[in-house]
Design a protein around this ligand. Structure first.
Ligand code: MSP
Length: 633
């Protein structure tokens, strides 16, 4: 029996309801799964939920319910949404499922016996907000951002996975498998990370109880990523391994492209064929977050039907890149491409076939140059679409198809079938035009079926078919074959959206319940006496030069004028500011901070910035007429 095409989504945390980010990944996986089925392959499509860990434990305690009860509630939201989105996954695995728990314990034991998992004492820094151990480099970055208060010293017993032993093997594997991570620029980031050196990975905690116990040492629970990543293995039937395509967001690529392969290498198993990292849906330029109150929920958009949302996702997002979401952009896209574009073309074509040929699709006898050109373009766009879709680039595939549909509009305008129909002498030309349009729509229904299953089926039936378009295969489809019979009843494919009306309703519906952003800050720190405070020398400075520190997306190196001297200061503000935006800015500098090295550069001083844990740092700005060197007191 041949191996099914195995495609996965990440498993979603159960501390929040799904938003369009989660929905996007799962739609992409579903489109890929449907596409491969129509290539004649058997497909195994897996999604799931990630249910263990401290956050779930705490959230459940706050509500006075068990973590499992909380997970059950959230999982129901996912199951319901996936059903409404038309997902065709084979299984939704939950990390609380017994077969998964068994699998995780089995593999843990195996790697322990092999020596790749060992118990040791961790002594070092720990980030409370990230629930993670922090390396020296990360600690320095946090300190540079003024977030040192998130760190605590910790000494605890933990199980480590010997990740450091896999650096060379991973790099060799990357070298031999140039398509392992896509897109390429993300693969390069992964390679740089591994080249930078790998530290052993802590994979157990004693401070958490909501998790899978370490076999034989039950005061430890297995920490979330070792647990979570193995879901792909737990849910895989015998003939499925390895996954062909694993979809992940860019934020969790490192776990999938470094830790996961190392676990598999250690277990002596095949690695996935491709890990595809997609970008994020943003609101404007901002991350969607509950605290900002700008989270878009799929329920709000589902009023236009799941085909619309699925199409929008695939058409708009270039896999790999981020994309800003707006309600307006959403409606414009649907009106332009579905109500006008395809919808119009279908209704015009069907009504002409009905009116001029009594519903019978003609077979053309002669083709003039224009007819020939359109027929040839169809023969080209069909395989082009399939090739792009095979490379998971549905954005480009749909783009190519829609430019063909636009060309058909031009073809109709030129041919003027309504004039041709007035004189029987023009019958051959009218036949050619109608047949070309019919064939184009028939091919379109087939091609877009994975993306818009419902709309494709309606179109398919309007064209006179009574079978399921999704049950067809692309291979061997006769693009110029005769119609199987008269056209069917014409159904509108997509109702044009009244943008103004919907905009106001949508915005109202989208108004978040969580409107008031909650501040994510620690308690006020312990009291210091005035004398201690005044030891800190705060000065107004002006930034004279600013450039990014190579290999760091956070650090910016600046030259700052303090009136009486100039300083080199490295600040962790690179995610919030571009170097250009910093030039000539007045800032407040901690001038008597001991110099220290950040990524090899000596930084002498620190800039004051305001932020909470959820926001970017905002540089504190003295008024415009303050002078560099002024004392801030
Ligand atoms: N539980 C982990 C994954 C474990 S996989 C073994 C997790 N869960 S998550 O619920 O936080 O995120 C799941 C996925 O949603 C990630 O791939 C993430 O990139 C994606 N998205 C979250 N917000 C997103 C957007 N705004 N846009 C697109 N995808 C985003 O991480």
């Amino acid at each position: 029996m041949s191996k099914p095409f195995y495609v996965t989504t990440p498993i979603y945390y159960v501390n929040d309801r799904p938003h369009i980010g989660h929905t996007y990944t799962t739609v992409l996986a579903d489109v890929v799964a449907r596409f491969h089925r129509m290539r004649g392959e058997e497909v195994y499509f897996l999604t799931g939920t990630d249910e263990h860990g401290q956050k779930v434990e705490k959230a459940a305690a706050a509500r006075g319910i068990t973590p499992k009860a909380l997970a059950d509630e959230v999982v129901a939201n996912y199951t319901d949404l996936w059903q409404r989105m038309g997902m065709t996954h084979f299984r939704l695995i939950r990390t609380t499922d017994q077969d998964h728990k068994d699998q995780v314990q089995r593999l843990f034991k195996r790697l322990l016996d092999k020596g790749d998992i060992y118990k040791a004492t961790y002594k070092g820094l720990y980030s409370v907000s990230d629930e993670a151990y922090v390396t020296e480099l990360q600690a320095k970055e946090l300190q540079a951002q003024g977030l040192a208060h998130q760190l605590v010293e910790l000494e605890e017993e933990t199980y480590f996975f010997r990740l450091s032993a896999y650096q060379d093997r991973l790099l060799a594997y990357f070298e031999a498998h140039p398509g392992f991570v896509q897109p390429d620029f993300r693969f390069n980031e992964v390679k740089r990370f591994v080249e930078g050196g790998l530290q052993d990975l802590s994979i157990s905690r004693t401070s958490i109880s909501w998790g899978i116990p370490v076999p034989g040492d039950e005061k430890h629970v297995i920490y979330v990523w070792f647990d979570a990543l193995l879901n792909y293995l737990s849910a895989c039937p015998a003939n499925c391994w390895p996954p062909d395509l694993q979809l992940v967001g860019k934020d969790i690529l490192r776990f999938h492209a470094v830790y996961w392969p190392a676990f598999l290498m250690s277990a002596g198993m095949f690695l996935p064929e491709t890990i595809l990292a997609h970008g994020w849906w943003l609101m404007g330029d901002d991350k969607m977050s509950k605290s900002k109150g700008n989270v878009v929920r799929p329920d709000t958009l589902l009023r236009f039907g799941n085909d619309a949302l699925r199409f929008f996702f695939m058409r708009e997002m270039q896999v790999g890149h981020d994309r800003g979401f707006s309600y307006e952009g959403f409606m414009d896209r649907l009106n332009a491409d579905l109500a006008n574009g395809l919808g119009n073309l279908a209704s015009r074509t069907l009504s002409m076939i009905q009116r001029y040929r009594g519903g019978q699709v003609p077979m053309p006898s002669v083709l003039d140059e224009q007819d020939q050109e359109m027929a040839t373009r169809l023969l080209a766009v069909f395989p082009e679409y399939l090739e792009k879709a095979r490379a998971n680039d549905f954005h480009a595939a749909l783009d190519a198809l829609w430019s063909y549909l636009r060309a058909l509009d031009g073809y109709i305008v030129k041919a003027e079938p309504w004039k041709l129909a007035k004189d029987p002498a023009n019958d051959p030309k009218l036949d050619a035009v109608l047949a070309n349009l019919y064939r184009a729509l028939r091919a379109t229904a087939l091609l877009v079926a994975p993306v818009m299953p419902g709309l494709a089926q309606s179109l398919w039936e309007s064209l006179g078919h009574s079978d399921q378009v999704a049950a067809r295969t692309f291979h061997g489809f006769a693009l110029d074959g005769p119609a199987i019979g008269p056209i069917g009843e014409s159904k509108p494919l997509f109702q044009r959206i009244d943008k103004e009306k919907e905009m106001s309703e949508l915005e109202a519906a989208a108004a978040p319940v969580e409107t008031k952003p909650t501040l994510d800050v620690p308690e006020i720190r312990e009291t210091v006496d005035a004398e201690s405070f005044f030891k800190v020398d705060l000065r107004v400075g002006r930034i004279l030069e600013a450039e990014r520190v190579p290999k760091s997306d956070k650090l910016i190196k600046m030259k700052v004028d303090l009136g009486i001297e100039q300083r080199t200061i490295v600040g962790g503000i690179g995610k919030a500011y571009e170097p250009d935006q910093l030039l000539n800015r007045l800032v407040v500098v901690v001038a008597n901070l001991a110099p220290r090295k950040l990524m090899g550069i000596e930084s002498h001083g620190m800039l004051l910035a305001a932020s909470d844990n959820a926001s970017k740092p905002y540089l504190v700005a003295p008024p415009d007429d303050a002078q560099p060197g002024f004392l801030v007191k």
